[in-house]
Design a protein around this ligand. Sequence first.
Ligand code: ADP
Ligand code: MG
Length: 388
Amino acid sequence: MSAVANDILDPEVAVRAGASLKIDNLSRHYGDVRAVDNLNLEIPAGTFLTLLGASGCGKSTTLSLVAGLDKPTGGRIYLGEQDITDLPPNERGMAMVFQSYALYPHMTVAENIAFGLKLRRRPKAEIAARVQAVAATLDLSHLLERRPSQLSGGQQQRVGLGRALVKQPRVFLLDEPFSNLDAALRARMRTEIKHLHLRLGTTTVFVTHDQEEAMSLSDLIAVMKGGQVVQFGTQDDIYTRPSTLYVATFVGRPRMSLLQGKVVRAGASATFVAPGLSLPLGDAATLGLSSIASDADVVLGLRAEDVRVHPTAEATPESPTATLIPAIVVLIEPMGSDTFVELQIGSQSIVARVAPRAGFALGDQVWVEVAPARCHFFDATTEARLGP
Ligand code: ADP
Ligand code: MG
């Protein structure tokens, strides 16, 4: 993409791009189905926010409500200071891009991009200039006379983006825009969207069920479940301090390993105990475990990169006092830059990231080291995070 900035087209854009969005107790019920259920979100101006969640959690419904394509059964939506809940879609200053590009097959790329401006009866010269600028931004200038059937999937989706961009919206709404593209193209479009957002700074709400896409793109992520936001924060917050077991296992690949067990307390210190494993945790208060009863059922979560695997039970110079847990290698998954090994501990298993060609073999007896500060603890009943 070339460096033609959208603000060349309209000096007001830089100002208009600064639109914050506030979603206040928003609901959309279909009879008994609570597609969106008392959802609250504050999206600062210029933010790239992702709604992340499994299929059916209410992402598209939320986006349609924001766009004005659907009416809420409760709650309000504010753009900046303005209550836009009852405003028709074309007066909201938003542009939406869908999963299916839905281009007009009989129109050229240029006509597809220009369509929205023609509807608004903008002068011909202005339309031509804006289409040229958007085409240059999206690297479509050489394709303007083609029809959609003569374009690749990635090019078609770029035209879809162009149709949104040319409207110079205050908010971009993108509903799984890359899910029809193959993996390589998705990754490239992801980079392009990120560059575009850095350049234009338009407030963006992006919807995806792909946690990797969400992590790589977003300033802020709202993880959704059952029509509600279960956690709202930066990529780092969500990855390092997941608020529930659901978020912990939805975000991150490989999936966070979980061990069922008990926290046994003795005075100030705590030990995690499960079949085949006893892990001294040190001071319970530091880990936020002082409020739970001794012998309480907990789930211990571990990211693959926080598990160290040693071939022998000898203490290592870096951590001479670490507890080493015996384990058996039951699966090896080489991924190129990393290798993931599944390790059986008692009747449960965890996944560790090791260096490629680390030399582990199936059936090997190994020794696992985990730092208590790297352990995530969840209440086994409520599934809520325990501790900081
Ligand atoms: P997502 O985009 O996260 O996959 P949706 O917002 O499309 O989820 O849907 C959320 C829930 O609302 C789903 O259970 C879906 O079946 C339901 N739903 C969506 N639209 C309708 C509708 N028009 N009538 C009844 N239920 C609907
Ligand atoms: Mg959807």
